[in-house]
Design a protein around this ligand. Structure first.
Ligand SMILES: [Ca+2]
Length: 128
């Protein structure tokens, strides 16, 4: 294999890896923890660490997950909304069907306390 061909193959591999990171997080074993139709949250980025899931409303996620969510996957076929405080209080973010984030970013990191299936009254963000 000549040098140009090696570079081309390397670029193709990098491109494939980049696409995989966005569209196929199922490559992670932890991502597959999330049952079909559920809303799933993890303490750490990349769908790792402490984990919980639900299909219905959770008015307080409990001490193990409170103020910890860093990644999520809405594996349901409808909207979910996540809330800053318990009993669906504080700010609200709407999450579209099938949406996921490997890392939600500093602004909202480690703040979720409750969530429900459905939409918000005044979402601060809409994540699809
Ligand atoms: Ca966290």
């Amino acid at each position: 294999m000549n040098k140009m061909r090696m570079l081309a193959v390397g670029a193709a591999l990098l491109t494939t890896a980049g696409i995989g990171a966005i569209n196929a997080p199922a490559a992670s074993a932890h991502y597959s923890q999330c049952p079909n139709y559920d809303f799933c949250i993890w303490d750490h980025s990349n769908y790792e660490g402490a984990f919980m899931h639900s299909r219905g409303p959770v008015d307080k996620v409990g001490d193990r997950m409170n103020d910890r969510m860093t990644s999520f996957w809405n594996r349901s076929q409808g909207w979910f909304s996540i809330f800053e405080h318990d009993r669906f209080g504080g700010y609200c973010i709407e999450i579209g069907p099938g949406a996921s984030r490997a890392n939600i970013g500093n602004r909202f990191n480690d703040q979720l306390t409750s969530f429900w299936p459905g939409r918000c009254t005044n979402p601060v963000e809409i994540w699809r």
